[in-house]
Design a protein around this ligand. Structure first.
Ligand code: ADP
Ligand code: ZN
Ligand code: ZN
Length: 811
């Protein structure tokens, strides 16, 4: 017997291995097996197919070991991977790489790390497992080679796999990964005082150390209200010191113990809140969505910001739960999942889990297994949650479906998770609900053409009305007030005086997007990219936002030698500074990539803002998306021109969505919401449409442009990037490729052209953009041809070192 096996690499095709007779009863589709690739590389691959037919051209090598007792993925997942590889023109190995958690990927390059968070019992280990576990205790990490040496044999995957399953070690994903400890110290009352009389006696006879008594009382209070007490939080809440706590422990009153926290269970919320009662409009919308889903695979819920789309999703998901099936709730960004899970846990308790790529491997595997067994019914996640092994998925909700973050840019698979979800749901006979206040042009087009169902919810839940929008002409402002105009400042002060909060949006981080020599016009650029360097004041450096390189501040012009630099334009850091200068005493916080790293920091900032410890939140796109703050009355778009001035066929769509979404954060629970847009192009059609919250006007305007230039949804786009460290080779390769295409396809190609940023990380970039007609089969045909010529280019002596990036349906 022979097996076709997917290896997590970008191989041109899947290869075949022989299944030794001894393993024939053990191997099944979807299981991992250990195989050798080349002379000495070992991988855990996944069996995609089993057949009795031997390959004709060669004798396959044997499978070395079988790692699983049962398949780790379902066959419908393997079918999805295959479709993704075909559609997005990458390999199944690349999809596998993205789809399964690192725990399940083992290769010659893997490094295995001791799981220090888990106490383990050596009694249950085999001899080989014991040897490795002891070595890990000492060395903390081991490579595959080291393990082979220790066990004095080559095939060690089964042993490693068992150690991983037993939680003794895990696979390091890359050298940079650090796994923050999940161990927390918990406090409990010593057994001697569990009895009420003893405790009462202790408290009654307490004489000295009043601070310790305060801490003890605080402890008792929290234990009663919250069940378990974490050392960290009690010290904070009781405003006590470690010394005071230590005294209580030394006296034998409290006991401290390290406990592993199971993130899935940290939230003690049991989920017994009943669902909100829907308003009449919401109820009607819910019925409409449900009815349309009977006959259509996808329903679009177009609901203005604050209309309560979430409540409708919750009702839909709840029905799925009642039927004992699974639902996936997708959000475009990991960062948004934290606020949403707090909302959803109230209803769904332990049946719901978050899943995304920022979780550590232990947690991910745990969720993986619970989804596979069906124990977890609802998953909230970003793109990668699509790859979990759902046992019986019957509903996918895609919230903020218009959001560009649903598209993965780098690395392959460069997939659009919304579109992929629609395909997948069709295969599984599951239904999809797309939700947005500003549906993407493609999605609304599909609704208009009756391919998708359509439901419109045009009323805010609490107030009915959307916020009113004021435009401020930045051309007519006194000098030096372009960033914070007097009107904007006055509105901010008024809002804060009313004990309300403010959000200011600016799409650029840093202090100033570039510096310019006032004498000769020279602008500092990154050495590796064709990008101006952004000035960061607090860090006192210049930084490239493409490759991340940073540089010391330049004082002397490299072109003319003068010391006469001026800062141009402005980013969030400068807005924050100006606010602090103009409004002393007001608490300002900034939310952008410089300030907020990782999901925890982001969530902490959101919680602080929710708890009103911050008056003004200044931020980039991060503040735009789907967040629900009830106390925000004023939203300011500080520089709308920066959204309107770039050269891309989606510029209008993105600008409209961004402005409408950020506006949607204002006045969600009352009628006092105001949005101030600072802009110089007052008459710009998009600005006018935003001012009237006119989505339909926007769509009618935009769909005509798209039709006129036959852009999506009237065609499909493909982008091919040719990257090389020498500009002329990249350019030649693009031209060579273009001229190898048939004249018919050549007609559909734009370029070669250099993108706006034409060099990144020392590689020059040339681009071909291809518009493919929507007629059936056209895409398949074009792809086939393109793939053929790409293969030819990849073996061409002059161009084989050119890096070709294929992007289907690019953003
Ligand atoms: P959207 O996602 O459409 O912008 P949300 O679902 O976030 O809107 O709802 C806006 C606010 O209104 C939320 O704070 C939500 O809790 C509240 N809300 C919406 N519908 C209801 C309802 N039926 N009962 C109680 N509160 C609701
Ligand atoms: Zn100069
Ligand atoms: Zn750079």
């Amino acid at each position: 017997m022979y097996a076709e096996i997917i290896i997590p690499l970008a191989l041109p095709k899947n290869y075949t291995w022989m299944i030794p007779v001894s393993m024939q009863d053990e191997v099944a589709i979807g299981m991992r097996v250990e195989v050798m690739l080349g002379a000495n590389k070992r991988y855990a691959g996944i069996v995609k197919n089993i057949s009795s037919k031997a390959p004709e051209a060669f004798t396959p090598k044997p499978i070395l070991s079988v790692l699983d007792d049962a398949p780790i993925v379902y066959e419908h997942q393997l079918a999805l991977w295959q479709w993704m590889a075909e559609y997005y023109m990458c390999t199944e190995g690349e999809v596998m790489q993205a789809a399964i958690p690192s725990h399940l990927k083992i290769s010659s390059e893997s490094v295995f790390i001791l799981n220090e968070q888990q106490e383990h019992d050596n009694k249950n280990l085999s001899d080989a497992e014991y040897i490795i576990s002891e070595a890990l205790e000492i060395k903390k990490t081991l490579t595959l080679l080291e393990i082979q040496k220790l066990l004095d044999k080559k095939s060690v995957y089964p042993v490693i796999n068992k150690l991983i399953q037993k939680g003794i070690c895990f696979v390091q994903e890359n050298m940079k990964d650090k796994y923050s400890s999940k161990v927390e110290i918990f406090l409990s009352l010593h057994a001697n005082y569990k009895n009420e009389a003893a405790l009462e006696k202790l408290l009654n006879e307490w004489t000295r150390a009043p601070k310790q008594l305060d801490l003890l009382l605080a402890f008792l209070h929290f234990e009663k209200t919250e069940g378990s007490v974490q050392q960290k939080s009690i010290l904070e809440k009781a405003n006590a010191t470690h010394a005071q706590l230590k005294a209580l422990i030394d006296k034998g009153i409290l006991v401290a113990e390290k406990r592993k926290i199971d993130r899935l269970a940290t939230d003690t919320n049991t989920g017994n809140s009943s669902l909100h009662i829907l308003s009449e409009k919401q109820q009607a919308a819910l019925e409409s969505v449900k009815e349309q889903l009977i006959t259509k695979p996808v329903g679009l819920l177009h609901g203005i910001t604050g209309s309560g789309k979430t409540q409708i999703y919750v009702a839909l998901i709840n029905e799925v739960m009642q039927q004992n099936k699974q639902a996936l709730y997708m959000l475009p960004e990991i960062a948004l999942t934290a606020q949403m899970i707090r909302r959803l846990k109230q209803y769904f308790g332990v049946s719901i889990a978050i899943y995304h790529s920022k979780f550590n491997p232990n947690e991910r595997v745990e969720i993986w297994n619970k989804v596979k067994s069906g124990e977890i019914k609802i998953v909230l996640g970003a793109r990668s949650a699509l790859f979990l092994p759902y046992k019986n998925l019957s509903l996918i909700v895609i919230d903020e479906e218009h959001d560009p973050s649903y598209k993965q840019q780098e690395p392959a698979p460069r997939y659009q998770a919304r579109d992929t979800a629609i395909y997948y749901a069709n295969q599984l006979k599951a239904k999809v609900v797309l939700g947005s206040a500003t549906p993407s042009v493609e999605t609304y087009f599909n609704a208009v053409s009756k391919k998708f169902g359509y439901t419109y919810l045009n009323e805010r839940f609490s107030t009915g009305a959307l916020p009113k929008i004021e435009l401020i002409d930045t051309k007519k402002q006194p000098a030096g007030t372009a960033i914070l105009t007097p009107q904007l400042l006055a509105s901010i002060s008024k809002t804060i005086a009313n004990k309300k909060q403010v959000i200011l949006f600016q799409n650029r981080r840093g202090y100033a997007p570039y510096l310019i020599c006032e004498t000769c016009g020279w602008i500092p650029h990154c050495e590796h990219c064709d990008v101006t360097l952004t000035y960061h004041k607090a860090k006192n450096l210049l930084s490239c936002h493409y490759c991340g390189a940073s540089y010391p501040i330049v004082n002397t012009c490299k072109a003319c030698g003068k010391q006469n630099f001026k800062q141009k334009s402005f980013g969030t850091e400068q807005i924050e500074e100006k606010l602090n200068q103009s409004l002393p005493g007001v608490i300002v916080a900034r939310m952008d990539l410089d300030n907020v790293k990782g999901k925890n920091e982001h969530d902490q900032l959101i919680q602080k803002f929710e708890q009103r410890q911050i008056d003004i939140l200044v931020g980039t796109q991060m503040v735009v998306k789907g967040l629900d703050f009830e106390n925000v009355d004023l939203v300011g778009i500080v520089d709308a021109d920066s959204l309107l001035n770039f050269n891309h066929y989606r510029v209008n769509e993105r600008a409209f969505q961004m402005m409408e979404q950020v506006s949607g954060r204002a006045g969600r629970k009352n009628d006092n919401g105001t949005v101030i847009i600072q802009v110089s192009q007052l008459q710009h059609p998009i600005v006018q449409l935003v001012q009237h919250h006119d989505y339909f006007g926007f769509y009618n305007f935009e769909i005509q442009n798209r039709k006129h230039f036959s852009y999506p949804p009237f065609s499909r786009l493909m982008s091919l990037l040719f990257k090389h460290k020498e500009n002329n080779i990249a350019e030649e390769a693009a031209n060579h490729f273009l001229h190898s295409l048939t004249p018919e396809i050549q007609k559909t190609v734009l370029g070669p052209a250099q993108p706006i940023v034409n060099r990144v990380r020392n590689k020059y970039i040339w681009e071909l953009a291809i518009k493919i007609s929507k007629q059936p089969q056209q895409l398949q045909l074009a792809k086939k041809q393109l793939l053929h010529y790409i293969r030819l280019l990849q073996v061409h002596p002059r161009y084989k070192s050119v890096n070709i990036v294929i992007d289907i349906d690019p953003n």
